[in-house]
Design a protein around this ligand. Structure first.
Ligand code: A3P
Ligand code: MG
Length: 424
């Protein structure tokens, strides 16, 4: 079933490189190796054909008005597997870390500060895991993903893009993002494009300079999860226990955006414990906290900024609802509200000049087309680095055998040397 289908299924709407630009004074300089392309002025729709060296003067605009067309085809995401990370961040090819939502009172008065000092084990976020957990999952489940057609070799994946859901969320929200840029490393390997984030200098500085208050507030969202989730279907939450943010349950979904076949994974907070709940991902619930809304201005900001992020994050994997806890200044949850993802676009209708789901999805689709056009060399040691700053175009540079390489040897070797072991 198609989750959203273009009202006007005119193929010329799909994949049109309408936002590509190219530098006018392209003098044919060598664009391989660490040359950043410059954003450029004239609109130019020509793109290099496959197999040519990519023209690093190409860039992609994030201007909203370029993406206001019909909603692209986005197939209902299908869960093809899941994995878990335990308290020491060890990978398991199963759902052992799944949690079950236990509905609290409407005004539960949860103290989100409780346990921050004495019952908190924080994941070491200086360890960059890149795509490693997803790659482990792919190796363990390769037979589910291998191409059955005649064109690709039987051990190649039947997928155009592999990435984290969080990276796609950043793409969806880029046309509306005014503060934080990003860098995405792309490698083409055996026909599949792998996308992995690279921390920007600004993000690294922000992380180093976080205030104590900010550090503590980051804990509040996890604490809310602990108050509302049980480890077993008939269990109760244990807010007196140790909170360890190494633990995670991740869904792996397959879908298609326009003509891009996607495989991505995202952390899922919990599921509906009703045994009659629909199959995953429709039974999943995203938990969020947010400051309580006391004024019309705060409500407007909530619609314009927070609901955009919440919508993008959950729409991508087909998670149908967000359960939000609204907290006061002291970190006490004073109100609860459920936001069905399908209703969020109606909620924001009255906001002047607000974000639009179609702009988010069309930009993401065009970005992926752009990546397919530039990342032409199939080589695990080549990285195409796509960089973006707010109010600029997306530009790229090419890096060979560099520290940006992110496909580990164990993955490349296993994918190259052996056939998938067939699992039922
Ligand atoms: P809230 O967003 O509810 O405050 P997620 O909601 O994506 O499952 O993330 C769980 C919690 O991790 C967040 O809860 C927040 O506490 C913390 N978190 C996630 N991403 C963050 C980010 N970029 N900056 C700060 N905190 C973050
Ligand atoms: Mg959450």
């Amino acid at each position: 079933m198609e989750q959203h289908r273009s009202h006007n299924p005119n193929p010329s709407h799909q994949n049109r490189p309408s936002a590509y630009k190219r530098e006018r004074e392209d003098n044919g300089r060598n664009h391989c190796e660490n040359k950043h392309s410059r954003p450029n002025r004239p609109q130019n729709q020509s793109v290099p054909s496959r197999g040519q060296n990519p023209d690093s003067s190409l860039s992609l605009s994030t201007r909203r008005e370029l993406y206001e067309r019909d909603f692209p085809v986005y197939k209902q995401p299908v869960e093809v597997g899941c994995f878990s990370l335990d308290s020491e961040r060890r990978f398991f090819n199963d759902g052992r870390q799944m949690r079950y939502y236990v509905e609290p009172d409407r005004s539960p008065n949860f103290d989100l500060r409780d346990g921050y000092k004495d019952r908190f084990i924080k994941r070491d976020d200086s360890v960059k895991e890149k795509l490693d957990h997803m790659l482990r999952w792919i190796l363990a489940n390769r037979s589910k993903l291998s191409a059955r057609g005649t064109t690709a070799s039987s051990c190649d994946l039947d997928i155009d893009f592999v990435t984290w859901r969080g990276h796609l969320t950043k793409l969806l929200t880029a046309p509306y993002e005014t503060r934080e840029g990003w860098q995405l490393a792309v490698t083409r390997f055996r026909g599949t494009l792998y996308i992995s984030e690279v921390e920007t200098e600004a993000a690294r500085r922000d992380q180093e300079n976080r205030t104590e208050r900010h550090e503590e507030m980051m804990y509040w969202g996890y604490k809310f999860e602990q108050y509302t989730c049980a480890d077993t279907v008939h269990g109760q939450p244990d807010p007196g226990g140790v909170l360890n943010t190494n633990e995670a349950f991740c869904t792996v979904v397959q879908t298609r955006l326009a003509d891009h076949r996607l495989l991505f994974s995202g952390e899922v907070d919990c599921r509906d414990k009703d045994p009659n709940a629909p199959a995953a991902p429709a039974c999943y619930i995203e938990l969020k906290t947010s400051a309580e809304i006391c004024t019309p201005k705060q409500r407007s900001n909530f619609h314009r900024f927070k609901l955009l992020k919440w919508w993008a994050q959950s729409f991508l994997p087909g998670v149908p609802r967000v359960v939000a806890g609204f907290r006061d200044e002291e970190g006490v949850v004073v109100a609860m509200e459920t936001f069905p993802i399908s209703k969020i676009s109606h909620l924001i209708k009255n906001e002047h000049n607000c974000w639009k789901p179609t702009v988010c999805m069309n930009f993401c689709s065009d970005f992926l087309s752009f990546v397919k056009h530039i990342a032409t060399e199939d080589n695990p040691s080549v990285v195409y680095l796509l960089s973006w700053e707010p109010r600029r175009d997306v530009t790229f540079s090419v890096h060979r055998d560099s520290p940006y390489c992110f496909l580990p040897h164990w993955f490349v070797e296993e994918m190259t040397s052996s056939q998938p072991s067939h699992q039922s």
